[in-house]
Write a protein that binds this ligand. Structure first.
Ligand code: NAD
Ligand code: UDP
Ligand code: UDP
Length: 338
């Protein structure tokens, strides 16, 4: 017979208060695009210690190079589908490939990451009494029949399609979060992130903003997938990170939409990139992939009211910041040097 389990630790057990130390924060997927910007922001606060766990599937150590060796920073190669033992006060759970070409590359792994990975992080949160934030996605609304999408909309998702590993995976992750909250009293936060862009996006990850900017810089045609009238709403990464921290620090479980309500068709986006980055480039219409949502725009009333948050960076201001980063990484000279 196994020995009786010890009584659970009081929740929330704040390690920072217990040991009079810094706030210790775990960021899963912290070597990725949004995660590394979140780490930068958290590290600005000298009271924060940050631990990143990442398996480097789509992320890179390079995104965190300025923190490697810093006394308040630790980087661990770890796959969240395996159990993790660390002692922390807060968990930002981002680990999951976000670009369709990467999450479709190994769909079984994607759904394991969403389900088993989130279960493990919730088990960890339960053991140490940490507050946990999940980065869910606007994809939980599927191909939405309500526009713009409020958090109360349950979505229109194909459960057996090629995107299901990601969108149904995130839906189960949200369910797990609420079940641990109701059953075990875990403090949870759920952000439903809408399309986000900015420096450090993978250059060839197939997402539309990174594709168009890389194509414009290389002088290749911009590939607008048909029909081109489908819409998305793009949030600059610094706005996103501020929204996530507001949500973590606030009193609302969510789910809360975090995104920029400025809505563009993919043809409009291509025209804007062409105008700002390379007026000589052509725009080509190409075949689309299955289950592509036709429209997407966040209703951010809840974020405004409950978090006092709204995005500040307009698409036209954010694109040149991303262009600068892509020019450096692709080693294309600045326009003035052309
Ligand atoms: P990203 O691919 O740049 O980052 C994800 C990180 O998670 C990478 O560093 C990757 O190596 C890591 N990872 C993946 N599987 C892992 C595993 N099993 N164990 C440990 N690490 C793992 O993507 P991103 O754009 O930074 O997205 C971060 C989060 O935000 C994801 O959860 C994503 O679903 C969510 N999100 C992003 C967007 C967006 O537009 N970028 C939109 C909606 C939701
Ligand atoms: N877990 C973890 N780190 C911890 C505590 C738990 O990774 O510090 C994992 C654990 O391996 C399990 C999952 O989280 O697979 C859920 O844990 P929980 O205690 O809720 O469930 P149980 O272990 O009783 O199934
Ligand atoms: N898209 C496009 N050209 C590309 C890549 C994507 O027109 O080179 C379109 C795609 O059909 C979709 C939109 O851009 O309608 C957003 O796609 P992305 O993969 O960036 O994100 P998600 O579909 O997850 O919102």
């Amino acid at each position: 017979q196994s020995p009786p389990k010890p009584p659970p630790l009081p929740s929330p057990l704040r390690f920072s208060k217990f040991f009079q130390s810094n706030m210790r924060i775990l960021v899963t997927g912290g070597a990725g695009f949004i995660g590394s910007h979140l780490v930068d922001k958290l590290m600005e606060n000298e009271k924060n210690e940050v631990i990143v766990v990442d398996n480097y599937f789509t992320g890179s150590k390079d995104n965190l190079r300025k923190w490697i060796g810093h006394p308040r920073f630790e980087l661990i190669r770890h796959d969240v589908t395996e159990p993790l033992l660390v002692e922390v006060d807060q968990i930002y759970h981002l680990a999951c490939p976000a670009s369709p070409i990467f999450y479709k590359y190994n769909p079984v792994k994607t759904i394991k990451t969403n389900v088993i990975g989130t279960l493990n992080m919730l088990g960890l949160a339960k053991r140490v009494g940490a507050r946990i934030l999940l980065t869910s996605t606007s994809e939980v609304y599927g191909d939405p029949l309500i526009h713009p999408q409020p958090e109360t909309y349950w979505g229109n998702v194909n459960p057996i399609g090629v995107r299901s590993c990601y969108d149904e995976g995130k839906r189960v992750a949200e369910t797990l979060m609420f079940d641990y909250h109701r059953q075990h009293g875990i403090e949870i936060r759920i952000a439903r992130i809408f399309n986000t862009y900015g420096p450090r996006m993978n250059i060839d990850d197939g997402r539309v903003v990174s594709n168009f900017i890389a194509q414009a810089l290389r002088g290749e045609p911009l590939t607008v997938q048909k029909p081109g009238t489908q819409t998305r709403s793009f949030c600059y990464v610094s706005d996103m990170v501020n929204g996530l921290i507001r949500l973590m620090e606030g009193e609302n479980t969510g789910p809360i939409n975090i995104g920029n309500p400025g809505e563009f068709t993919m043809l409009e986006l291509a025209e804007t990139v062409k105008e700002l980055i390379n007026p000589k480039v052509e725009i080509n219409m190409v075949e689309n992939t299955p289950d592509d949502p036709r429209q997407r725009k966040p209703d951010i009333t809840k974020a405004k009211e409950l978090l006092g948050w709204e995005p500040k960076v307009k698409l036209r201001d954010g694109l040149p910041l991303m262009e600068e980063d892509f020019r450096l990484r692709l080693e294309y000279p600045k326009r003035s040097e052309n």
